[in-house]
Ligand binder design. Structure first.
Ligand code: GDP
Length: 365
């Protein structure tokens, strides 16, 4: 599965947040395919559509889809030069699909800041610089060889060379690879380079308890927002400490607690949603009397591939997908009513699945 790595300088609230993630974690009994790794936290993706479908279908069981976060400890200055834990840290970041960078935006005299004072932009730049330098090194290692091939009229090499040049330029200006615009075709080549700063980035601004309901007064948050806009990255605001408390509550208690705080959605739920979005993920549903279930797929995937997420046999023997959109199903109130209204479609092999599709796959065994 896809995973988002959590990074950040020491004492910014990473462990607190990651503990909240594992504490709130999905019951592993439902997800036997998930690996047991202390650095991986598995969370259920919050989706109110799943509750609505459950009310409608009254199944024996409801299963949400899950998402993985990986805790990547140990960034240090000089990581790109392989100092200390540096190399290991970078190799872990290479393996994740998106990066969530926790940034300290809370004041607390009792908690030491590694750089002496709260300064989120300096913190971000410290981490990003290590990633940019490591990426620059990767590009430098490759660029001459690719240039030679490009001169020999190798078209693919020529395309890659153009990309490497643009990336190198960005890196030398201290910019992340994700700030360079690429076409979809170019993006395929970029992915193959396994760089770090081309991965999607989410800044997680960790604010204090009394600011989380209304962070507009927090100047650090504004700085992070501005930085993120120029960095082609996204921002969410959490209070890690509160998330740790929330993760110990049940659903009902959680609702009451959030209301008291004046928060619509917990920071953790926002984090899950944002990471999901960042990775270009979407959800389809299966809705039978035995089980109503949410499934994660990548936007752009066709029906047979999506069927293959449930079982490889479903992909191999795919015939068609009986599909109704969640909105139509809810509107008509039952599968039969939706069918009578002509809202249930028979989709074939070329159908590109849409977020919110409720499907029944037909297949040969
Ligand atoms: P890490 O080194 O980034 O993993 O940071 P920790 O999660 O261990 O947090 C460092 C310290 O900051 C701990 O004492 C936390 O309780 C505290 N801390 C984390 N988040 C918050 C927060 O939102 N507000 C306040 N006041 N303290 C926090």
């Amino acid at each position: 599965g896809l995973t988002a790595g959590i990074v950040g300088l020491p004492n910014v609230g990473k462990s607190t947040l990651f503990n909240a993630i594992t504490q709130a974690g999905a019951e592993s009994a439902n997800y036997p395919f998930c690996t047991i790794d202390p650095n991986v936290g598995i969370v259920e993706v919050p989706d109110e559509r799943l509750q609505k479908l459950t009310e409608l279908v009254q199944p024996k069981k409801t299963v949400p889809t899950v998402f993985e976060f990986t805790d990547i400890a140990g960034i240090v200055k000089g990581a790109s030069k392989g100092e200390g834990l540096g190399n290991k840290f970078l190799s872990h970041i290479r393996q994740v699909d998106a990066i969530c960078q926790v940034v300290r935006c809370f004041e607390d005299e009792n908690i030491t800041h590694v750089a002496g004072k709260v300064d989120p932009i300096a913190d971000i730049e410290t981490i990003n610089l290590e990633l940019i330098l490591a990426d620059l090194e990767s590009v430098d290692k490759r660029i001459d060889r690719v240039a030679k091939l490009a001169k020999q009229k190798d078209k693919e090499a020529a395309a890659e060379h153009g990309i490497l040049v643009r990336l190198k330029e960005a890196f030398e200006e201290g910019k992340a690879g994700r700030t360079v615009e690429f076409t979809e075709e170019e993006m395929k080549i970029v992915k193959g380079l396994h760089l770090m700063t081309t991965k999607p980035m989410l800044y997680v601004a960790n604010v204090s308890e009394d600011e989380v309901a209304d962070p507009s007064e927090n100047p650090y948050v504004q700085q992070v927002r501005e930085f993120a806009a120029a960095d082609n990255a996204e921002v969410i605001i959490v209070c890690a400490k509160i998330e740790a408390e929330i993760s110990e509550l049940d659903e009902e208690e959680k609702k009451v607690f959030l209301e008291e705080l004046g928060i619509q959605e917990s920071g953790l739920d926002q984090l899950i949603r944002a990471a999901y979005h960042l990775l270009g993920l979407a959800t389809y549903f299966t809705a039978g009397v035995q089980e109503v279930r949410a499934w994660t797929f990548r936007r752009g995937m066709k029906a047979p591939q999506c069927a293959g997420i449930i079982h490889t046999d479903f992909e191999r023997g795919f015939i068609r997908a009986e599909t109704v959109s969640y909105d139509d199903l809810l509107h008509y109130g039952s599968m039969n009513a939706a069918r009578e209204a002509g809202k249930v479609r028979l989709e074939g092999k070329e159908y590109i699945m849409q977020d919110g599709d409720v499907v029944h796959f037909r297949f040969n065994v």
